[in-house]
Design a protein around this ligand. Structure first.
Ligand code: ZN
Length: 82
């Protein structure tokens, strides 16, 4: 599951960058009809944001299986190295 979310995150970052590139090119060409691209970018932004939150909140300790919120070297519940 975590791998899928990581892939979704990578893909949506790519789509996000591409859609902004398209918007940039359209503005450069004097074409201000980029509503579709703006929506795609917005959806990607939401997907990126939720994937990051998902990955943050599913970071579990291999020792006590509790959710570790901080990306530290040690578990905040049992103190074991992650
Ligand atoms: Zn732990």
């Amino acid at each position: 599951m975590k791998k899928i979310v990581t892939w979704i995150l990578v893909i949506s970052i790519c789509v996000f960058v591409i859609s902004w590139g398209v918007i940039g090119l359209k503005i450069y060409d004097g074409n201000y009809d980029f509503q579709t691209e703006a929506y795609i970018a917005l959806v990607c932004f939401i997907v990126i944001f939720s994937s990051i939150i998902y990955l943050r909140f599913t970071n579990r300790c291999p020792n006590c299986k509790k959710i570790v919120l901080i990306n530290g070297k040690y578990c905040s519940h049992c103190g074991k190295e992650l």
